[in-house]
Design a protein around this ligand. Structure first.
Ligand code: FE
Length: 156
């Protein structure tokens, strides 16, 4: 199973503790629907069941909800190590290309913090945090809905 060993990135200024447990973080946030799926894997590429993923991101206009939990949610991988996030394509904001933040924690393990990006965004080159290794793979996009995939391999 292919996957990218997670590269740690800063969490930035907009993380909020205590997000609700849910796989659909959209609420009524503006933006183009995005379904992001993938697996959490250990360094031997075995699936990690019961890993928590704490996602947060900007809406399609590049705004975070810093008072509530719109576009914030914690989910747990299933017995196959799979996750599925229902959200919107994040917008750009000053200095930042489109990105989704996530904290990944295997059962009993440390927490890894990273950010996921979108290939071929025109803003990637102007974002000092962007690394192509953290690009999701876009599996479909018709302008009104995107599906994408990203497998996360936990570092040793
Ligand atoms: Fe951000």
């Amino acid at each position: 199973m292919p996957g990218v060993t997670l590269i740690e990135q800063n969490q930035g200024p907009y993380y909020t503790l205590g997000a609700p447990e849910r796989a659909d973080i959209t609420d009524a946030a503006p933006g183009t629907p995005l379904l992001l799926t993938g697996y959490v894997l250990d360094d031997q590429c075995n699936p990690v069941a019961g890993a928590t993923l704490d996602f947060w991101q900007a809406d399609g206009n590049g705004s975070y909800d810093n008072n509530g939990y719109v576009l914030r949610g914690i989910q747990t991988t299933d017995e196959n190590g799979a996750y599925a996030l229902t959200t919107v394509i994040p917008g750009q904001y000053p200095g930042r290309t489109e990105h989704v933040h996530v904290k990944v924690t295997a059962p009993g393990g440390p927490t890894y913090t990273t950010q996921l990006y979108f290939p071929e965004s025109t803003a990637n080159g102007g974002d000092r945090f962007y690394v192509p290794e953290l690009d999701v793979t876009i599996t479909s996009y018709d302008g009104s809905k995107m599906t994408a995939h990203f497998d996360m391999v936990l570092p040793v």
